[in-house]
Design a protein around this ligand. Structure first.
Ligand SMILES: Nc1ncnc2c1ncn2[C@@H]1O[C@H](COP(=O)(O)OP(=O)(O)OP(=O)(O)O)[C@@H](O)[C@H]1O
Ligand SMILES: [Mg+2]
Length: 484
């Protein structure tokens, strides 16, 4: 099993160039974000040293001109920072959208190809969670998380280099609080996790209570239990409020406490850097850069807990999505086409079949139905009548024997070629979202209105459909509502 991040990178290989470009934009944005702090040092240099400043050494001797040029340069820096911010936001956002779309469609397409047995072992809710929540989690991670990680790492490296170039001693002193900050944010994260869990649980309890009560409002009124239910909802609502307060007591403390550690780094740069400057070991300009940058170094670290949390969640999501994508498809298409139209000879030859973890249902079941013959299977409930049809459709795989259509074993045929020639009226009805006409013609999308009406007449449904408000265009969801 490779690391989920590697799986994600492998999955997104088509977007390699875009990822590199987005990373470049993120890094450039951070660079131009930090540059103005360095330019402040250059400004101080101009003011303090005037004709002897760095810019003067570059050939600009007029002090006013130095400041104007510096101003222009700073302006350009800000414009570039903004430009790259726009570019990276756009690029990561596009990437997130493209990848989540690819993944959702891949996952859905894979699910459609899985055999029915898979759906019985895994709750459908679980698959819904993967296609929705997990893929959305990945979308958020690529949208915000990746950029945050790149920028935190990038700015830490860049600022460290500047610090060490100016003064190793001050750099080391300012870096001392880093472990403290990291330990601090993770301490808070661990302490906060169970409190947030309680908040989510309380919200869930409240939600399900409200759901049950609103759908069961007729029962509540009939038994005059309004007061009782109001009380129950009030208690759950209070529970939610309390859970939140319990979490806020601690979450509100995170920034103030971490600020103390940032302060230590800042004070080190201020005091020790100041002493070194007074003694002439550091230039005044460099001193100002140190002071400004010490905060820029330490504050981003406070996001570390948030970012690692997002990272961990996303890795778990990748594992679930990839696990689904890699789940083997056990019923695969055969290579041959069944002729259209087929003559329709059906033969079961010593077929054995057992549902997953059930007792054997068919033991060497054999029968032949000749073309044009009408056959009815009669048997007690659960004797296996529907299963015969499901096996013929190859919704389940028989374990032994042969199922033949026109003398060809169905395992050797493409599913499409024989399923499209079998008409099934199921005992469990399932309606799709859409009009009555859509439901009648489902699977035969080219059917004309005349054909649809003709079929409806055949099953004596035409009259009542015509009496509905919009006739065949009547929306299934709409007209079902009053009955539920
Ligand atoms: N997906 C499944 N997984 C496990 N067992 C199943 C599954 N579908 C059906 N069975 C079991 O297989 C047996 C045959 O079911 P089947 O639906 O074929 O019966 P039937 O003859 O169509 O019954 P009915 O007259 O109620 O429609 C039953 O014992 C049923 O519980
Ligand atoms: Mg049945």
């Amino acid at each position: 099993m490779s690391h989920p991040l590697i799986k994600l990178i492998r999955y997104s290989r088509n977007y390699r160039f875009d990822i590199s470009l987005a990373t470049f934009y993120s890094l450039m944005n951070k660079f131009f974000d930090i540059l103005p702090e360095v330019l402040i040092g250059v400004a101080v240099d101009v003011i303090v040293k005037r004709q002897d400043s760095m810019l003067a050494h570059l050939g600009i001797h007029d002090v006013k001109l130095q400041i104007i040029i510096l101003g222009l340069f700073t302006g350009v820096t800000w414009i570039l920072e903004s430009t790259f911010q726009y570019l990276y936001s756009l690029k990561w956002c596009y990437l997130a959208q493209n990848l989540q779309h690819d993944m959702r469609i891949d996952a859905y397409s894979h699910i459609q190809n899985l055999e029915l047995e898979f759906f019985e072992n895994k709750a459908t809710g679980n698959m819904m969670a993967i296609i929705n929540d997990d893929i959305n989690q990945l979308e958020r991670f690529i949208n915000d998380g990746v950029n945050q990680i790149i920028q935190i790492v990038g700015s830490t490296i860049l600022i460290s280099i500047i610090f060490f170039m100016i003064s190793t001693q001050v750099a080391l002193l300012s870096f001392l609080p880093i472990p403290l900050i990291i330990i601090g944010v993770f301490f808070f994260k661990n302490k906060l996790a169970p409190r947030y869990l309680k908040v989510r649980n309380a919200a869930g309890d409240l939600n399900s209570k409200l759901n049950t009560n609103l759908s069961g409002i007729a029962t509540i009124k009939t038994y005059t239990t309004e007061k009782h239910e109001l009380n129950a909802v009030s208690q759950l609502s209070q529970g939610y409020a309390n859970a939140n307060k319990h979490a806020i007591i601690m979450s509100a403390a995170v920034t103030p406490v971490i600020r103390m550690a940032v302060m230590c780094g800042f004070l080190a740069a201020l005091i020790y850097g100041g002493i070194l400057t007074i003694n002439g070991h550091i230039q005044v300009a460099s001193y100002s850069i140190l002071i400004f940058l010490s905060q820029r170094l330490l504050w981003p670290l406070t996001y570390l807990a948030q970012v690692t949390d997002m990272y961990q969640r996303s890795m778990a999501s990748i594992n679930r999505v990839m696990g689904l994508l890699n789940s083997p498809i056990n019923i695969v298409d055969g290579a041959n086409q069944l002729a259209t139209p087929c003559s329709g000879r059906v033969e079961f030859k010593a077929v054995d079949f057992t549902y997953h973890e059930r007792e054997q249902l068919f033991d060497r079941l054999s029968f032949v139905i000749e073309p044009g013959e009408t056959v009815a299977f009669v048997g007690s409930t659960g004797s296996g009548k529907s299963t015969i049809v499901k096996l013929l459709l190859r919704l389940y795989q028989h374990q032994a024997g042969q199922i033949l259509i026109d003398n060809q074993e169905i395992n050797t045929l493409t599913m499409d070629s024989f399923r499209s020639q079998i008409g099934v009226v199921s005992q469990e009805t399932f309606l799709i979202d859409g009009s009555i006409a859509d439901n009648i013609s489902y699977g035969s999308f080219a059917a004309s209105r005349e054909q649809i009406i003709q079929v409806a007449r055949l099953v004596e449904a035409d009259q009542f459909i015509s009496e509905l408000p919009n006739g065949y265009e009547c929306c299934i969801v709409e007209f079902a509502t009053p009955y539920y």
